[in-house]
Design a protein around this ligand. Sequence first.
Ligand SMILES: [Zn+2]
Length: 345
Amino acid sequence: MKAVRMHGYGGVDQLYYEEADEPRVAQPDEVVVRLKAAAINHIDIWNRMGATGIALEMPHILGADGAGIIVEVGENVANVKAGDAVCLYPPSGCGRCEFCLTDRDFMCIRLRALGERLEGTYAQFVRLPAQNCFPMPAGFTFEEAAAFPLVFITLWRMLITNAKLKPGETMLIIGIGGGVASASLQVAKKVGAHVIVTSGSDEKLERARKLGADHGVNHRKQDFTRVVTQVTEGRGVDVVLDCVAGEVWQKSLAALATGGRLVTCGATAGAQPIDDLTAIFSKHLKIYGSTLGSREEFRQLLSFLNGAGIKPIVDIVFPLKEAAAAQTYLEEGRQFGKVVLRIPD
Ligand SMILES: [Zn+2]
């Protein structure tokens, strides 16, 4: 099969479009999927650079997100069959630890995620546990079905399970261009929240307004805490999504109302921000960190997507062989929504 494999840690020059062995079912609970599309995530880039602390076996296939058609099933598989069009739930656990035994295998310390300890989706075929395959949401193309799982399961756990975002609440989203941020805007609007977004790009703010953002702040021109104060008449927002951190972190805490919740799943501008404990205790703030989410949350999400009429925003589609260019596009922060790979037949 054709695949994009990395042969060592480093830059995009470590990615090779080449021939690789086609995976076959090896365990009775596994399936093989013929992929039609894959999506790029920041985690792919960190894995490529060797920045995640996970020792990857080389050559290695990156990619946590994908969608395609089941072509082979193990003898114990009952939830899917050959010919089914599926999207992929990325994480899989050891099956034995306290987290795996309580539907929290995304917290497993021996976590096997697609593109990390499992071979990923930058390929024509992928092998994975059958329980990680779910029916594609109605009306989704393969590109859309590959674009949503990782970002939407992450935001679903953050906004719905953890922060319990409610209709009528006010939410601030930092850095609206990213995949999680733009998808959070879509979900928050559907929930009925009032949403303020920030970006350094007027073009991205305009796209956010078209998706329903109530206010946009260009952080290069305006201090967003001041705008939040004006918009909320001094009260602050109920929920902040801050996956940027760095210099922004303290402002995010300052923007929260008493009893507010901050959710984070990343720190693209720096993971050791100066904290403000006074704001945290005096305003009774809650801070939720998370990555990914459970199969039950994924099931809720699929049900929500089927009913809500939301589709992920696909910014640009590259052919599989141009995975290096696709990763560069993401690294340069040019995207609004998802960067997707189309897999050749
Ligand atoms: Zn486990």
